[in-house]
Design a protein around this ligand. Structure first.
Ligand code: ADP
Ligand code: ZN
Length: 775
């Protein structure tokens, strides 16, 4: 027998190896194996097992990793689709379906040394700074490879050994049985009686599960025959309901039904909402009672060992429910009955490195492949998903009111154009917002203030000559960070001291001024306005560790903070009953970006942030400060009118032939020499034109215009042009944007083009299908 192996080193090719007698029967499709390749030994995945090979003189497989096949045939099929659709090497796609800790698992991995936190008995000792720094990292990670720790902490093994001597950590070479949530006691919850809208949604989902999935076990249990049960119709639902309308409760009961049918479920949530609160809700429902189902959690804050164990719990079928961020969509749940994608509009579902997949779209595809029901949930669905409902591709389920009958908060838009003080630039707080904050402080209620930019000032500009301090590596103004007295680049993290005089040699004016606004400045000004208020800021600058995040939220929950200022970090799914006021400092900040989704994003963000107000007994109030107060995204958000926004935004997309009316592929070329990048981009465009034979007249006629032989493709090519972010990390960037209705065709054409394309050595090309980030 021979095994066909896809090797991890991306070669876009598969190789045959002989299966030696001692490994016979241990190798199957999906097995991870080690094989000789030239003088090296490399890892790969078996994609097929066959009787014979066209090659002779095959080298044998060296060994098999793990006792079970690691990539199930279904996940293998999904990875293949990702490789084709997202235009990346199959090896790259395959690599992303297994967590690193599982992929690398072999004897040597197990023999490496792990540092693990030990429980502290009695008082925590005062440690020398270096040891304390090291301990902090271990605390954050709970368990970490010794080699990784030494590198991360820039320390030596000797320092770590000192912590071991003090009995604070252990250093061993084995992986413990790890449960990241072992220490927590979770109280069981029971299903809640649903309101009519919820009940209707659940019923439809259940019916779809009954008809869609001829999963053998489930059907045996239900006594159905194969033909009765079989229905090729895939079922994807969009559950549209405002925050607090009871979506999560519907998910929980749908999962319970999947379990009853003998099936498992995957729940995707954005990384940022994967809080202990969220995980607890799922564990509380399923870790007790007669089902006693294990819930596995997969996310980036787990240690390598924990991720390894959680994954194997799933593979072995001990855990039937997986909750996780983006990559959990590849979890080997079998049989899979249900996939839930919460906050489906979230941009973090898109992976911004190859394979550039969108987990929501992968979820829909996986559901189709495995006959699993997919439920996408959101208060502000993406235009694409909502449009899919209109076209009958998805079914729409609506939860129109909050469970507690709470009214939506009252939203007031404040026109900031009239508020400018002479020569001083726009104010941060309008009188209306100031007054509202004062009232909340007097009544002991809480306020959230939102601004989507960290730092102090967004730029440093000379008043006399107009010079703006820019990053030397990126085409971006440097942001002033006051605590460190530094100018910092938010792209490449470059930093430099604040100049005293204008750096322009010809000017040297000492009157250099900060303009624009960041969260640090909001905090500063606010503290001056309300010296006695207890104010905390939450953004990537202060929340360096996961613990910080939890600590601040706990303090806020317990009323120890009056005003919380933050970036989008605070926009998501947090429940604080005592928050009655939300202020959005500059609502239009995201509007003026060269991105066709700018309006949609602003609408979503405003709706999400506004949803933080008034979740208790008191009606909430929201102040939206804006310089373009009549922009539709702001006005529709003010009226909580998703349908209105959707209709007008759809019209705009239609006129310009943007998604959902077309699909986009964004090609980015990067390099040190602007000329070379530009030249390469123009060359690439000509190649695409000739390959597509793109008659522009066909661009509007849609898929039907496609030639059966695949020779012509409806295609609109824009560019090449300098990208909005024209230079980043010292590389010039050029974009070519392609729009088509037949993306699979375009993908395979791009695949052929890029694999034959010869670019100058120092120019690189990235292909992004269905891009989310257009910068
Ligand atoms: P969403 O996920 O849409 O934000 P949740 O499912 O979290 O909404 O529901 C909000 C709150 O209302 C939760 O505390 C939940 O337990 C509760 N809840 C949900 N459904 C019902 C119901 N039918 N009756 C009473 N309370 C409910
Ligand atoms: Zn930079």
């Amino acid at each position: 027998m021979i095994a066909r192996v896809s090797l991890e080193i991306a070669l876009r090719k598969e190789f045959d190896y002989a299966i030696p007698p001692q490994l016979a029967g241990k190798i199957d499709v999906g097995s991870r194996v080690q094989v000789p390749f030239g003088p090296r030994k490399v890892l790969g995945v078996v994609t097929a097992v066959a009787e014979e090979s066209a090659q002779t003189n095959l080298k044998p497989v060296v060994k098999v990793i793990g006792e079970q096949t690691l990539v199930t045939p279904k996940v293998l099929k999904l990875a293949r689709w990702i490789g084709e659709y997202y235009c990346c090497a199959p090896e790259t796609a395959l690599k992303s379906v297994l967590p690193e800790a599982v992929r690398k698992e072999d004897a040597s991995w197990r023999e490496r040394l792990f540092v693990r936190l030990l429980p502290v008995t009695g008082e925590f000792p005062k440690l020398p700074k270096r040891q304390q720094d090291v301990w902090n990292i271990i605390e954050e990670r709970r368990e970490i490879l010794l080699s990784e720790l030494v590198e991360l902490a820039e320390t030596t093994t000797a320092t770590v050994r000192k912590l071991e001597d003090r009995g604070l950590v252990s250093i061993t070479n084995e992986i413990s049985a790890r449960d990241p949530y072992a220490k927590e006691i979770i109280l069981a919850t029971q299903p809640i009686v649903l309101n009519p809208a919820q009940a209707n949604a659940l019923e439809k989902i259940k019916v779809a599960m009954d008809t869609a999935a001829p999963q053998n076990k489930a059907d045996a249990a239900l006594g159905k025959t194969e033909s009765e049960a079989f229905s090729p119709k895939p079922s994807t639902f969009l559950l549209h309901g405002v925050t607090g309308s009871g979506k999560t409760e519907v998910y929980l009961q749908a999962i319970a039904y999947a379990l009853e049918r003998g099936q498992g479920a995957i729940v995707l949530v954005p990384e940022i909402s994967l809080t202990p609160q969220t995980v607890e809700r799922f564990k509380a429902r399923f870790s007790s009672g007669k089902l006693q189902t294990l819930v596995a959690v997969l996310h980036s804050h787990l240690s390598a060992g924990e991720r390894h164990d959680e994954w194997h719990k799933i593979r072995q079928g001990r855990a039937r429910i997986v909750i996780g961020a983006r990559s959990a969509i590849f979890a080997p749940v079998e049989p899979l009955g249900l996939i839930i994608v919460d906050e489906e509009h979230e941009h973090t579902y898109k992976q911004e490195e190859s394979p550039r997949y969108h987990a929501r779209d992968v979820a829909v595809m996986r559901g189709r492949m495995e006959n699993a029901v997919v439920v996408l949930g959101s208060a502000t669905p993406s235009l694409e998903s909502f449009y899919n409902c209109q076209r009958g591709k998805f079914s729409l389920l609506e939860l129109p009111v909050r469970v507690d009958d709470q009214k939506m908060p009252r939203v007031r838009v404040v026109d900031m154009r009239s508020g400018g003080r002479d020569g001083k630039g726009p104010p941060i707080f309008s009188p209306q917002l100031k007054e509202a904050i004062t009232q909340r402080l007097e009544k002991g209620e809480q306020t959230i203030l939102f601004l989507n930019r960290r730092g102090y000032s967004s730029s440093l500009m000379c008043e006399k000559c107009g010079y703006v301090c820019e990053c030397p590596n990126c085409s971006l103004a440097l942001t002033y960070h006051r605590p460190e007295q530094l100018l910092r680049c938010h792209i490449c993290n470059w930093n430099e001291a604040v100049p005293k005089n204008c750096p322009n040699e010809k000017c040297k004016n000492p009157g250099i001024r900060y303009s624009g606004l960041g969260t640090q400045k909001v905090e500063d000004v606010l503290q001056k306005l309300f010296p006695r208020a207890r104010i905390k800021r939450m953004d990537a600058d202060v929340m360096k560790r996961k613990e910080d995040y939890r600590r601040v939220l706990d303090a806020f929950k317990h009323g120890e903070i009056d005003i919380l200022i933050g970036t989008q970090m605070i926009a998501k799914g947090l429940h604080f009953p005592n928050v009655t006021l939300v202020g959005i400092i500059y609502a239009d900040m995201a509007l003026h970006q060269p991105d066709f989704r700018a309006g949609e994003r602003t609408f979503q963000l405003l709706t999400q942030v506004a949803g933080r107000a008034g979740r208790g007994d008191i009606e909430g109030e929201v102040f939206v400060q804006a310089f373009t107060p009549f922009h539709p995204a702001i006005q529709y958000a003010r009226r909580h009118d998703f349908n209105g926004f959707f209709e007008q935004e759809l019209e705009f997309r239609k006129q310009l032939n943007y998604p959902p009316f077309s699909r986009v592929a964004l090609l980015t070329l990067k390099g040190r020499s602007e000329d070379k990048v530009k030249f390469s981009a123009e060359h690439l465009k000509r190649v695409i034109e000739s390959k597509a034979q793109s008659p522009k007249s066909k661009a509007t006629t849609g898929e039907r215009a496609l030639d059966k032989a695949g020779e012509t493709l409806d295609l609109t090519i824009s560019g090449p042009a300098a990208a909005p972010l024209a230079r980043a990390e010292n590389l010039y960037r050029f974009h070519i944007m392609l729009r088509t209705r037949a993306m699979s065709k375009l993908s395979s054409m791009l695949e052929r083009i890029t694999s034959a394309l010869v670019l100058p050595d120092d120019v690189s090309l990235a292909v992004d299908i269905d891009p989310v980030d257009l910068s």
